[in-house]
Design a protein around this ligand. Structure first.
Ligand SMILES: [Zn+2]
Length: 482
């Protein structure tokens, strides 16, 4: 009903009708709308009838997508009407960057934007256009679809990025290998880039670097697909690869669409990343004769775990995958780091040439042993205790594996990689193959997450001690790879 009213209002003022696309719910759990903030306009927002004059309105059309469609924190930064407060919590757009934006002098959207905002300039024929946002967080991508356009598509020069005091537009420069050499770890042989690969820009560029002026740009790559539909209207899909993963809010006025980027931790008080190991062309390990593949067992367990975690809307869970895809290890750990997640939980199965090896072990990072508060070792112990309690396979203990497992080494939060059972062991595999076992594992991991949060509240978040470089690995127990 609200939508009907909305559509009437489109006649006089340009209004955003944004569908919070559930494609993203493939990655983020929960689609519970914020109370009083449906995906239509909240009362009084944007819909102020402007009468015959067609005069623009004072209140921006606002659809806070992410906040409206994703799990809501106990203290959402939303007003009861669904409009986000022009809050002091947000670092605001700086006027010097804002002055480059069309309609800057008059639009009221300004009050709602952060200092990291993507502005898509409308061209002719956007009166009835509909914008849809789909988030692909593990890829740091946003897919923006604008349909119903009776005119020209948005060009790269119409994609503006306000980042702190700078307004960027056009094609982001592509760093060359010479400008941003691939960092290698000391003692590691330098590996050349595969043909066609480009190194990721290093986060800290020196002022002499040719890409220094773009160091704060929010967008790395822009690509566009356009399609003319049967009714003659244009549908454009812009795929934006960003510098990291954010939470997004979308606004609209007659001149522009605004995608305001928000730090996830400012929206969700509890964030965890759950990772089903392997996927796609990487099957992981397997049972004898490849009857069971590790990637599938990992995914099954994570899907059962999702069912359980969905019942806890206070915890915002990002999944690295919920189907048979293969994010890179870097993408998985980047996601957790981008989100400043409280915990990073990765689900795997074990294997060894010694087929008698069996049981559950949990890998952790001893680099965090010196942290105050919650650390990887503690989180791993909680996971192992719940696995012992609810699954009951042989207890192999916890194992420090930061020296050779990327996601464990690079995670900046308590991380646990649960090796649920040995697929190379006949007895373990028989048990692991059963759906009930996989559900029990999911139950154990869900309990572990809840217990870890309880403990986190008691002892506080883990942080490196000053001058602490981590303690040496205490338990280099022989084990297989991931
Ligand atoms: Zn694995």
């Amino acid at each position: 009903m609200r939508e009907e009213r909305l559509i009437k209002q489109i006649m006089t003022c340009s209004i955003l009708l944004l569908c919070a696309v559930t494609a993203f719910s493939g990655y983020v759990k929960g689609v519970t709308p914020a109370e009083g903030s449906e995906n239509t306009l909240p009362e009084g927002a944007g819909g102020t009838p402007s009468g015959e004059s067609g005069e623009s309105v004072a209140t921006p059309a606002v659809v806070p997508t992410t906040v409206a469609s994703f799990p809501i924190t106990p203290e959402p930064i939303m007003s009861p009407t669904g409009l986000p407060e022009p809050s002091e919590q947000l670092v605001r757009v700086l006027p010097e960057a804002w002055s480059d934006i069309r309609g800057a002098e008059t639009t009221a959207v300004y009050d709602y934007l952060t200092d990291k905002t993507i502005v898509l300039e409308k061209r002719e024929g956007y009166e009835n256009a509909v914008l849809t946002l789909e988030e692909l967080p593990v890829l740091r991508q946003l897919r923006v679809t604008v349909s119903g356009v009776m005119g020209e598509p948005i060009r790269e020069e119409n994609v503006k990025r306000i980042a702190q005091d700078t307004c960027y537009s056009g094609t982001p420069p592509t760093p060359t290998p010479t400008a941003t050499p691939v960092p290698t770890k000391a003692g590691e042989p330098t590996q050349g880039l595969k043909p066609g690969m480009q190194p990721t820009p290093t986060p800290t560029l020196s002022p002499e670097d040719p890409f220094y002026p773009w160091r704060n740009d929010l967008i790395r790559v822009i690509s566009s697909e356009e399609e003319i539909m049967d009714d003659g209207a244009l549908t454009q899909t812009l795929l934006l690869t960003l510098d990291r993963t954010y939470v997004y809010r979308v606004y609209e006025d007659e001149w522009n669409y605004y995608i305001s980027l928000v730090r996830p931790k400012d929206v969700y008080s509890k964030i965890i990343v759950v990772d089903a190991g392997h996927g796609g062309n990487d099957a992981g390990t397997s049972s004898a004769g490849s009857v069971f593949l590790e990637k599938t067992v990992n995914l099954n367990i994570v899907l059962y775990l999702k069912e359980l975690l969905d019942a806890h809307p206070d915890i915002c869970v990002y999944y690295t995958r919920l189907n048979d895809t293969k994010p890179s290890l870097k993408q998985r750990v980047n996601l957790a780091n981008d989100l400043e997640a409280d915990f990073f939980l990765s689900v795997h199965c074990n294997a060894n040439v010694a087929k008698s090896l069996h049981g559950t072990e949990v890998l952790y990072s001893s680099l965090q042993n010196g942290w105050t508060g919650m650390n990887s070792r503690r989180f791993a112990l909680i996971c192992l205790a719940e696995m012992n309690e609810q699954v009951g396979l042989f207890d192999r203990g916890i194992v420090a594996r930061d020296h050779n497992v990327t996601i464990i080494r690079d995670a900046k939060m308590p991380v646990a990689l649960v090796e649920t059972a040995f697929m190379s062991n006949v007895s373990d595999m028989e048990i692991l193959a059963q759906e009930q076992t996989q559900r029990n594992i999911a139950g154990a991991l869900c309990s572990a997450v809840l217990k870890a949060y309880e403990e986190l509240e008691e002892i506080g978040a883990g942080e490196p001690m000053p001058e602490e470089q981590g303690m040496p690995s205490g338990n280099p127990e022989a084990s297989s790879g991931e």
